[in-house]
Structure formats: structure tokens, C-alpha cells
Write a protein that binds this ligand. Structure first.
Ligand SMILES: Nc1ncnc2c1ncn2[C@@H]1O[C@H](COP(=O)(O)OP(=O)(O)OP(=O)(O)O)[C@@H](O)[C@H]1O
Length: 255
């Protein structure tokens, strides 16, 4: 059991307090404050370059922040290596470009972290992997290599692979934006199922506003490195308060 699992009495699953990040001179995230409840499903949207990916990459330590606090399930994130390992173990991430290991089969991709990071016996890791591959509806692809699969199938492998670590939190960074239109639905369906099961804290950067309307408990709009507006989906889409949100929605909903 990891530190994150042990400290599950924390009030929020994720808390960002006045979090700031710079890339060199460029102030990319400005005083971000965010509190995510356990089991909450959040969609993050906003124009290109507004800092959405950077924010979620800070939460699982793919990026370092320079000022303010990031607390995940009671653990304050530092750049200490041990701390980073814990976060990698308990925070799953699904990327735009799948990030599967091309030289490993689907099954091996799913078993790698449970065996090497969580020290699970191979047989147990494989059984768990097969369960999750069933859940994302591709158990028949287990012995293929990523390059033999469609983009939608690869992304479903990436989701299964994250779930095999039994994470407390799942972060999705534009999981459908590299997919052909006909494959978007198959990935969104898997994500909707995961959200409907409840219990999993989900932060999803996406331009799929239908997904936001269907599953989000809260939608967050970012612009120029700041959280400009947040609300439950019905209010967010029907009654956006800030003119930048109104402009963004009018542009994105035209498409
Ligand atoms: N490694 C980096 N070094 C310097 N600048 C970066 C780096 N990564 C991102 N940026 C810049 O930081 C800003 C925010 O980028 P980020 O990818 O977080 O935005 P985003 O809202 O996710 O955009 P998109 O929707 O296009 O993916 C952009 O201006 C980007 O060019």
C-alpha cells in the first residue's frame, strides 16, 4: 500500500494552492487554485496554449512548478524522487499520442508497471491486465504489438494500462485529439463507462464538449494560464459568465 493510499483521509483528492509555473521567463500558470473532491469528474477546456496540459502535467510531476502547493491525496508534491515515484504509481495518465512501448505486446505494456513498480507476480499482473482489456473491449488484441492496432484501439490499451495500476486519479490529456473521427467515439465510450462506474477521480483536458456535458461534475475554463471560470456543466454551457468563456464556447460550439 502506498503513502497516497494510506493517507486517504485527505479532504480533497487534489488541491492546488496559488500554484505558479514558468518556462524560463514565460509565466505559463498564474496563481492556480483548484480543489478536486474524491471521485469528482472534471473537464478542463480552453484555447490552445492556455496551460491546460501544463497544469495536469504538474499534477503528476511530468513538469515542476515553482511556486505554491500541489497536494494529491494528502501528499504535498515536491521534486523529491521518492515523492515522484509515489505519484507515478497512484496517478494514471492517458496522453494524446498513447505513449505505448512499441516493442512490447499489448499485454506486456499493461503488465510492465504492475510488475516492476508494484512488484506484482507476473501471473497476477497478466490476469488483471486481461480483465481491463476485457473492460475496454479488446481482449483479443492482447498479444499484438501497438503498431498492429488502430489509434482508437491503442488509446484503449493506454487506458487499460493506466487502470492496471489501480490509480486513485486518472488524468487525460486530450485523449481523442489524435484520433480519426470514427475512433473518437470508441474511446469516449470507454471513458464514459469509467466515469459512470463512479469512484474514480478524473481530470480530463478535452475539446469534446459532448463528453463534458454528459459526464463532468464540473467544467473548468482556462485562458492565458489562469482559471477564468468553473461551473457545473448545465450552467457552464448555458450561462457562461465571463466574456472569454462566451467567446470560446461560441467558437468551439460552431464546429
Ligand atoms: N516545454 C516547454 N517549454 C516552453 N514553453 C512551453 C513548453 N511546453 C509548453 N509551453 C508553452 O506553454 C503554453 C501552455 O502550453 P500547454 O501545452 O499547457 O497549453 P494547452 O492549453 O494544453 O494547449 P493545447 O490545447 O494546444 O494543447 C504554450 O504557450 C506553450 O507554447
Amino acid at each position: 500500500m502506498s503513502t497516497l493510499e494510506k493517507s486517504n483521509q485527505a479532504q480533497f483528492m487534489i488541491e492546488l494552492r496559488d500554484m505558479n509555473k514558468w518556462y524560463g521567463e514565460f509565466h505559463v500558470l498564474k496563481n492556480i487554485n483548484l480543489q478536486v473532491q474524491r471521485g469528482e469528474r472534471i473537464v478542463i477546456c480552453g484555447p490552445s496554449g492556455s496551460g491546460k496540459s501544463t497544469m495536469i502535467r504538474c499534477i503528476n510531476r511530468l513538469e515542476e512548478h515553482q511556486k505554491g502547493d500541489i497536494i494529491v491525496n494528502g501528499t504535498e508534491l515536491t521534486n523529491d524522487l521518492k515523492n515522484i515515484e509515489l505519484i507515478r504509481r497512484d496517478v494514471g495518465m492517458v496522453f494524446q499520442h498513447f505513449n505505448l512501448f512499441p516493442h512490447l505486446t499489448v499485454l506486456e505494456n499493461c503488465c510492465l508497471a504492475p510488475i516492476w513498480v508494484k512488484k506484482k507476480p507476473r501471473a497476477e499482473a497478466e490476469a488483471t491486465a486481461m480483465e481491463y482489456l476485457e473492460r475496454v473491449k479488446i481482449p483479443d488484441q492482447a498479444l499484438k504489438y501497438p503498431g498492429q492496432l488502430s489509434g482508437g484501439q491503442q488509446q484503449r490499451v493506454a487506458i487499460a494500462r493506466s487502470l492496471c495500476m489501480n490509480p486513485d486519479v486518472m488524468l487525460f490529456d486530450e485523449p481523442t485529439s489524435a484520433l480519426d473521427p470514427e475512433m473518437i467515439k470508441e474511446v469516449l465510450d470507454v471513458m464514459i463507462e469509467l466515469a459512470d462506474e463512479g469512484g474514480m477521480t478524473m481530470l480530463c483536458v478535452t475539446h469534446e464538449m459532448g463528453f463534458a456535458k454528459t459526464v463532468a461534475d464540473r467544467v473548468i475554463f482556462m485562458d492565458a494560464g489562469q482559471i477564468i471560470e468553473e461551473n457545473e456543466p448545465h450552467e457552464f454551457f448555458n450561462n457562461p459568465q465571463h466574456e472569454r468563456t462566451q467567446l470560446f464556447l461560441s467558437q468551439i460550439l460552431q464546429h
